[in-house]
Design a protein around this ligand. Structure first.
Ligand code: AGP
Length: 600
């Protein structure tokens, strides 16, 4: 996802901009650029490719100025080219803009400007913003910014430099993240607090459509009606340690190994009393879990645990569908939003729809300073720390732990289980981190399987119940970093069509750890093998000897079937990692992907 950074102070902005962009790289991008302004001239450089390409381009160049903006671009409008990289300047050079988001009506705005004789250089929606600013500017900066924003439909977080205003940066956001960092004799603007956390732990969080005029020693805020508004700087604790690899080859591998600690911290920080204070549980007659990607998969597993334990109807849906299909929800619905970043556009939109419908909203997020967190009735914070790899692992595992804890506490609260059972379940959940550590010690077998399957064209992951939820996540992990086509299926669903794809040698990963459905999955394994499929089985230790004819059997330590998914996913994460590594893929920053998808 795009990232913006800006600096205004007494020193040269160039190094602050590059350092900020380095911290934004994890969001996923395909080009980058910086602009500095010395009060007279705006100088900029842009480059497609990794940040190193930009660094190479500016080496030895005179790029000095006490104000500047920078950007990592994840292409939405226009190809990946130097010209389409940000920042974008207006035709006469009065304004320079960096932008995270999508302007949905950019084409009609561009046609209007073209008809007025404005010349464009790029294919981007962002350049339209720069041209509108120049069109509306007649000496008042906030009027020009306000008039421009009123024309825009869609999402944006903007960093703006105006040639006639050498003492202030401008920023404004709508449905995209943006913070202002308060430094010593300087200020920063950024999409992500981690990009400025090495310089400050004090940030302003301007609201939607608030225009911020950022000077080196002060910030003034104006609402949509251009009335001054006040914001206090808040202290935040960005997790800078997580932004280092700590001796691992990739962030993803480091974060896989950080899972025991992430789960441990999440379990100990979980506070159901707060949930009871902020959510009126007596009103809740049904639960709807909605999210995207891996967070959605955590929700699917949540359904398989909450519904049977708490005996309450639980539905799940991906947020991009939920938000447009007019779900039948209301005051008796508890909507649970799961999001690592807390900024995923579809999940945020689903949250806002739930609020409109009068639902209570509980969110499970990993970033305290996030839009989802700000707009929920109750927030459960996973304690995974900053997650850098685009492919989530430790945050996902922490989300699973929260699902289990919610299930057990809701079950007890609703009188479905006794105190003793609750204590037994909770003590089992507390054993998850150590069991994960045990599995992490047995990774060598997975490297062999990775070498066997790395050139496959298609991989299938099958399972039932909680195994099916894990199959969804295992399939996504594998495809998003190894680029091998993968599909996940309910094991019982295979024979309703997909079995036609299984031929001699087709690799199938059979997940059979949940002992309530083991026998059923075992017969599905036979179906696959009868058609020549090569089955790699992941099962609980007690069944390992029963499984015959598989290419491999990976035994998972005995565990409560409700919670065994947290153990089962670990070898599958490692398998996807080693497969991608065998293929030489860019594991931490897979092609086309972003860590936080803040656009639709
Ligand atoms: C998972 O590895 C991917 N990075 C992606 O599916 C991610 O889970 C999804 O985009 C949701 O992100 P969120 O948890 O930050 O909302």
């Amino acid at each position: 996802m795009c990232g913006i950074i800006g600096y205004i102070g007494e020193e040269n902005s160039r190094d602050y901009l590059i350092s900020g962009l380095e911290k934004l790289e994890y969001r996923g991008y395909d080009s980058a650029g910086i602009l500095v302004f010395d009060g007279n001239r705006m100088k900029y450089e842009k480059a497609k490719g990794r940040l190193d390409c930009l660094k190479e381009k500016i080496k030895g160049k005179e790029l000095d100025g006490a104000m500047g903006i920078g950007h990592t671009r994840w292409a939405t409008h226009g190809a990946v080219t130097d010209e389409n990289a940000h920042p974008h300047l207006s035709e006469k050079g009065m304004f320079a803009v960096v932008h995270n988001g999508i302007i949905e009506n950019c084409e009609e705005l561009k046609q209007q400007l073209l008809s007025e004789g404005v010349g464009f250089k790029s294919e981007t929606d962002t350049e339209v913003i720069a041209q509108l600013l120049e069109k509306y500017y007649s000496g008042s900066l906030i009027n020009a910014v306000s008039r421009t924003c009123e024309q825009l439909e869609g999402s944006f977080a903007l960093g703006i430099v105006c040639k006639e205003c050498p003492d202030k940066l401008i920023c404004v956001r709508r449905a995209s993240p943006l913070i202002i960092g308060k430094g010593e004799g300087c200020h920063f603007i950024s999409s992500d607090v981690n990009a400025v956390s090495r310089y400050t732990d004090k940030i302003y969080k301007p609201g939607e459509n608030v225009i911020s005029l950022v000077k080196k020693d002060s910030v003034s805020f104006y609402d949509r009606d251009l009335k001054p508004v006040e914001y206090e700087a808040v202290t935040v604790f960005a997790d800078s340690l997580s932004a280092e690899k700590g001796g691992f080859e990739h962030f993803m591998l480091k974060e896989i190994y950080e899972q025991p600690e992430a789960v441990e911290k999440t379990i100990s920080a979980f506070d159901f009393e707060t949930v009871k204070k902020k959510i009126n549980l007596q009103k809740v007659k049904n639960i709807f879990i909605t999210a995207c990607g891996s967070a959605y998969h955590a929700g699917v597993l949540g359904k398989y645990v909450i519904e049977p334990l708490a005996e309450i109807p639980v539905q799940t849906d991906i947020a991009s569908e939920f938000r447009y299909r007019r779900p039948v929800i209301g005051e008796d619905t508890l909507v649970i939003i799961i999001s690592q970043s807390g900024e995923t556009a579809d999940s945020l939109a689903a949250l806002r729809l739930a609020k409109e419908k009068g639902c209570q909203v509980l969110s499970v997020v990993n970033v305290r300073e996030s839009s989802v967190s700000d707009e929920s009735d109750c927030v459960i914070l996973t304690q995974a720390g900053t997650e850098i790899a685009v492919a989530t692992t430790k945050a996902y595992s922490a989300q699973l732990a929260v699902m289990y804890l919610l299930a057990v506490h809701l079950a007890f609260e609703r009188g479905r289980i006794e105190e003793k059972s609750k204590e037994v379940f909770l003590s089992q959940i507390e054993q998850i981190p150590e069991s994960i550590r045990e599995i992490l010690r047995r990774e060598s077998e997975l490297r062999r399987i990775a070498r066997e399957i790395k050139d496959s064209g298609h991989l299938y992951f099958i399972g039932r119940n909680t195994d099916y939820a894990i199959a969804l996540e295992a399939s996504l992990k594998m495809k998003e970093i190894s680029y091998i086509h993968c599909e996940a299926y309910g094991a019982g669903e295979l024979k309703h069509g997909t079995l036609s794809l299984i031929e001699e040698g087709t690799p199938v990963f059979a997940l059979a750890c949940n002992d309530t459905v083991f026998r059923k999955t075992a017969s599905n394994i036979k179906e696959v093998r009868a058609r020549g499929g090569r089955v790699y089985c992941f099962t609980a230790e007690r069944y390992a000897d029963e499984i015959e004819g598989c290419e491999s059997v990976t035994a998972i330590p005995e565990f409560n079937p409700f919670f065994i998914g947290s153990l089962e996913i670990v070898p599958l994460q490692l398998l996807s990692y080693y497969t991608a590594r065998e293929k030489g893929c860019d594991i931490d920053k897979p092609r086309n992907l972003a860590k936080s998808v803040t656009v639709e």
